[in-house]
Every structure is written in structure tokens, then in C-alpha cells.
Ligand binder design. Structure first.
Ligand SMILES: Cc1ncc(COP(=O)(O)O)c(C=O)c1O
Length: 452
């Protein structure tokens, strides 16, 4: 019996040596992909991920915020099985498939007005590409404004507005023309924690962009992650998002919210932009949308996509009926189980626990976030705020050794990101905090940070 069959049958895994997948992959699998773990994964059950030797890990990484309802969720698995028996092939060019049409309705129902029209695609990057194309064609303008530190994906258009790491751009220039990057309000790193100053400075840079580099009347879209993700889990101050909304309204610019990582209840609201009380013109969704199956979408008001025009864009696989059946189960589960509220409540517990740890450990410079999207930033000392990627990486590895999967992020790779499943329990939060605290205690401090 293999490990998965043993686990599902409730049998302890046997001690038979398992295939080393990393070794096997060295022959023909591409070497270019970065990996957090050199580990082979056998299966997932609830909030635990099992490696091929049968060891269980508490999964607070979720394939980077993808399996937001954990693994092998009964409602999602059932929906997938039922749809597989009916129709697998995507139908967008052929006509209509019921789960695809129904998921569009369901997403529109949880969007604020007037966002009522959904175009399905396959990945976050593809959603960004579609948003950029829509913006240019609908406005007839060339300019795209995005923020330094952002991650929007790896296809050419998405990479052109990405700057969280030079590796996403290196060797690919010239990227999309007409892109202008400006400062994101990072209060902790750039302004000693002063949010007001961060907002003022970013707005000043945006205004300067329009007087020095591109007139506001030539800008098609401003693209922003309401919580900067790969860049370090940095929520945009609500006042900044409101000012951006006003700027876009004043100049006829489309405001695009990239909710690929922050959306679907993760921040304690269905959409992260809701914390600021704004409504974007275009919302990009992916990751958690189908709990692991590839699916993404852009959502706009109907009139925008009508102006974009018939056949202005298209897709072979987008809106796959199996992925959309999973998506329906995800949304129904989020609503039935009150998971947006759970994200807010468990997020408060996690934040309080992490702040307690920070109070005892000067290697942590900042703990910030919204709901279940929290960043813990490591620094060599709190005054200089010098990023400490080495400690961050060591803590992450030690946590994995102790059975907790967490990931890092940040332009300096010095932030631990917390993205537990949306249905995480208080007991699991406590378990994860205990492992994190114990990993920090096990890690030798430098003489200076230990106060010696
Ligand atoms: C905010 C954001 N936008 C876009 C993307 C790109 O998504 P994908 O990897 O599915 O293309 C990601 C992926 O991490 C993301 O976090």
C-alpha cells in the first residue's frame, strides 16, 4: 500500500524507503524552478501536508495561498469528482458550461457594485495580462503605472510591472513599453513606521511622475496589490488607496486591484480593497479561487468589457468546468462556514501571538498585516532596520524541521509570511506559534541582539 492509501485507510505508514523525488527530478525536470523545500510531497489531508516518508507538517504555506481550505476538502473534492464524470473539456469557444456560468454569477454576487462581469483565465499572470490589455484598448492610452516592490507575475506584461526582485526582469529587457514604476507606501522600511509620511511621499512621487514622465491623460491604468505580497506582506494604508481612487477618477484612469494573493477572504474581508472602502475598476483573482486547480479571473463592470469588444481577448483553457466546479464549492464553503469572519478572528489571535514573540525578540523589527495575511520582518537591529534574510531563512528551515511549513517573502527575503488556511482553528494557531517561538529560541542570537 502506498503512503496515501495507508493514510486514507488510517494505517501507520510503513518504513519502506520511498522514492527520492528530488533525485528522480534531476534527470528530466526543469532545473529553473525555485523551491522552498527539496522535499517530495505525497498527499494532503485537512491542514496537514505529508511528505513521501509519511511525515505530517502543519501547512501554513498552502502552495503560496492557494489551498485556502486546506487539502482534500470534502466539498471541493466532491464537486471535482462529480464534474469530472460529466464534462472536463473547457468550452469558452464552443459555447457554455454550467459551472463556468454559475461561478461567474457567484463571484459577481460577492463583489461590490458595479463589478458584475467575470472573464475566466488560468493563472494570476494571465489575469494581469488581460487587465493591461483591457486598460489600453478601452482607454486608448499607453501608460501603465505600478508600484516598486510589487509582484504581478512572470509573463512579459506582468513581469514589466513587477519589481519585487531583479531576477524577474534580469535579461528580459526591453519589457513592455509605457510602464512607469513609482513608490509604494512602505511605512516601516522607508519611514520608520510613520504611515502618514509614507502616504504623503508616495502621493508626491505619483504627482511627480505625471509632471516629469507621463501626463496623467496618457495613463491607462494604475495597478496595485492592496496588500503587497511577495514584496513583504505590506498592507497599503487605506488613505493611500482612497487617494489613488480619487486620482484615477480625476484623470479617467482605470484602477486595477491585484487580489491574486490577498483576495477570497484572506484579509478578514472578502476583498482586501474593501478595507479602504474603495471599488476598483478591474479586480484580478487567482490562487485560492479553486483551492488548487488552475483558474483565474478579471472582474469589471459590464460596460468596460463591452467596450473592450468581442474577441478582443480569448482563452483555450480559461473557465475550465472542473476548475469552476471547484470554485463554486470554495465560495459556498467560505460562505457556509463563515470563513471571512474566521480569517479576521484567527488573524487577531495570530497577530497577538506574533507581537508577543516580537516583544521578547529584537531580531523581529515589524509584525504587520490584515486578517490571515501577516508578515514578520527580521532585521539585524531595530534602529538601522537592516534586513536580516539569513535569520529569516534559518527560522523558516527550523520550523519545517519541527513540522510547520511557513514561507518567506520580501524584496530582501527577510519576511516570514503567514498564510494559514481560512478555516484554521485556534488550536492550530497556538501550535504554529509554539513551533515558531521554539525555532527562534533554538537559533543562536548574535551577541548584540542578545544584549550581551
Ligand atoms: C499578487 C500576485 N499577482 C500575480 C501573481 C501571479 O500569479 P501566477 O503565478 O498564478 O501567474 C502572484 C503569484 O504569486 C501574486 O502573488
Amino acid at each position: 500500500m502506498d503512503t496515501l492509501a495507508q493514510a486514507r485507510a488510517g494505517v501507520e505508514p510503513d518504513a519502506t524507503p520511498t522514492t527520492d523525488l528530488a533525485q528522480l527530478a534531476s534527470a528530466h525536470s526543469s532545473p529553473i524552478l525555485g523551491r522552498y523545500f527539496e522535499c517530495g510531497w505525497s498527499h494532503g489531508e485537512g491542514h496537514r501536508l505529508y511528505d513521501t516518508s509519511g511525515r505530517a507538517y502543519l501547512d501554513f504555506a498552502n502552495g503560496i495561498a492557494v489551498s485556502a481550505l486546506g487539502h482534500h476538502h470534502p466539498a471541493v473534492t466532491r464537486a471535482i469528482h462529480e464534474q469530472v464524470d460529466k464534462l472536463i473539456a473547457p468550452c469558452s469557444a464552443m459555447g457554455y458550461a454550467e459551472p463556468t456560468v454559475r461561478l461567474a454569477d457567484a463571484i459577481a454576487a460577492v463583489m461590490p457594485e458595479p463589478l458584475d462581469t467575470v472573464l475566466f483565465l488560468n493563472s494570476g499572470s494571465e489575469a494581469i495580462e488581460a487587465a493591461l490589455k483591457l486598460a489600453r484598448r478601452v482607454t486608448g492610452r499607453p501608460g501603465i503605472v505600478a508600484f516598486r516592490g510589487a509582484f504581478h507575475g512572470r509573463t512579459f506584461g506582468a513581469a514589466s510591472i513587477t519589481s519585487s526582485n531583479i531576477n524577474y526582469r534580469l535579461g528580459y529587457e526591453p519589457l513592455l513599453p509605457g510602464v512607469y514604476l513609482t513608490g509604494y507606501p512602505n511605512a516601516y522600511r522607508d519611514h520608520g513606521g510613520d504611515e502618514e509620511r509614507a502616504v504623503e511621499e508616495s502621493l508626491r512621487q505619483l504627482r511627480e511622475l505625471t509632471t516629469s514622465s507621463i501626463p496623467a491623460t496618457s495613463i491607462a491604468a494604475v495597478v496595485i496589490e492592496p496588500v503587497q505580497g511577495e514584496g513583504g506582506y505590506i498592507p497599503a494604508p487605506p488613505r493611500f488607496l482612497r487617494a489613488l481612487r480619487a486620482f484615477c477618477d480625476e484623470h479617467g484612469i482605470l484602477l486595477v486591484a491585484d487580489e491574486v494573493q490577498a483576495g477570497f477572504g484572506r484579509t478578514g474581508r472578502m476583498w482586501a480593497f474593501e478595507h479602504a472602502g474603495i471599488v476598483p475598476d478591474v479586480v484580478c483573482l487567482a490562487k485560492a479561487i479553486a483551492n488548487g486547480l488552475p483558474l483565474s479571473a478579471i472582474v469589471t463592470r459590464r460596460e468596460l468589457q463591452e467596450r473592450w469588444g468581442k474577441s478582443a481577448h480569448g482563452t483555450t483553457f480559461g473557465g475550465n468546468p472542473v476548475a469552476c466546479a471547484a470554485g463554486l464549492a470554495v465560495l459556498e464553503t467560505i460562505e457556509r462556514e463563515g470563513l471571512v469572519a474566521n480569517a479576521a478572528e484567527r488573524g487577531r489571535e495570530l497577530m497577538a501571538g506574533l507581537r508577543e514573540i516580537m516583544a521578547r525578540d529584537t531580531r523581529i523589527g515589524d509584525v504587520r498585516g490584515l486578517g490571515l495575511m501577516i508578515g514578520v520582518e527580521f532585521v539585524t537591529d531595530r534602529t538601522s532596520r537592516e534586513p536580516d534574510g539569513a535569520t529569516c531563512e534559518a527560522v523558516r528551515a527550523l520550523c519545517a524541521d519541527q513540522g510547520l511549513l511557513i514561507l518567506s517573502c520580501g524584496t530582501e527575503h527577510n519576511v516570514i509570511r503567514w498564510i494559514p488556511p481560512l478555516d484554521v482553528t485556534s488550536a492550530e494557531i497556538a501550535e504554529a506559534l509554539a513551533i515558531f517561538g521554539s525555532a527562534l529560541r533554538a537559533l543562536p542570537r548574535s551577541a548584540e541582539t542578545a544584549g550581551i
